[in-house]
Write a protein that binds this ligand. Structure first.
Ligand SMILES: [Zn+2]
Ligand SMILES: [Zn+2]
Length: 160
């Protein structure tokens, strides 16, 4: 490859690299999107699970101008409705995030390479959250995982 061409490729890769990741607003780690194989729309840090408040009405719309820090405060199972026997379906495990700037609560998919031990730590911590905040979360239709959900949680974390 000619030197000039290589330079162009390098420039292109650098530009992709710049766009292909983000610096975590909480812990400062660089999150490389190319590392997140099989993880569409990674929007939170795999180390501390924080993200930035950019979505307004739905996940991925990028219409909020808050830009506050979205911190994980607990875990939930996504509401997947009921099966044909009327039994509640076990939904996908999700983070519950709350914005430290405006207080908005949202749920966020867990990515395949998120640290499972960190998820368990978050579960333990979330057992201590203020019942008032739990009430607020439940008003949004989100059920916070409690001690009774431990086995169901572990089932979704293969390396625990
Ligand atoms: Zn982080
Ligand atoms: Zn916010």
């Amino acid at each position: 490859m000619y030197k000039k061409e290589k330079k162009e490729v390098d420039k292109k890769l650098l530009a992709e690299d710049r766009a292909g990741g983000f610096k975590c607003i909480n812990c400062g780690q660089w999150v490389n999107l190319a590392d997140s194989i099989g993880t569409a729309h990674r929007n939170h840090c795999p180390f501390c699970f924080c993200s930035c408040h950019v979505d307004r009405d739905k996940s991925g719309d990028r219409r909020s101008d808050c830009f506050g820090k979205m911190k994980p405060i607990g875990l939930t199972f996504k509401n997947e409705g009921f099966d044909k026997y009327g039994k509640k379906r076990q939904g996908e495990l999700m983070f519950i995030h709350q914005c430290t700037n405006c207080g908005k609560i949202s749920i966020n998919r867990i990515a395949g390479d998120d640290d499972e031990k960190g998820i368990m730590r978050l579960f333990e911590e979330s057992q201590k959250i203020d019942p008032k905040i739990i009430g607020e979360i439940e008003k949004e239709g989100i059920v916070v995982l409690r001690e009774k959900d431990r086995q169901a949680l572990i089932k979704q974390l293969p390396s625990i």
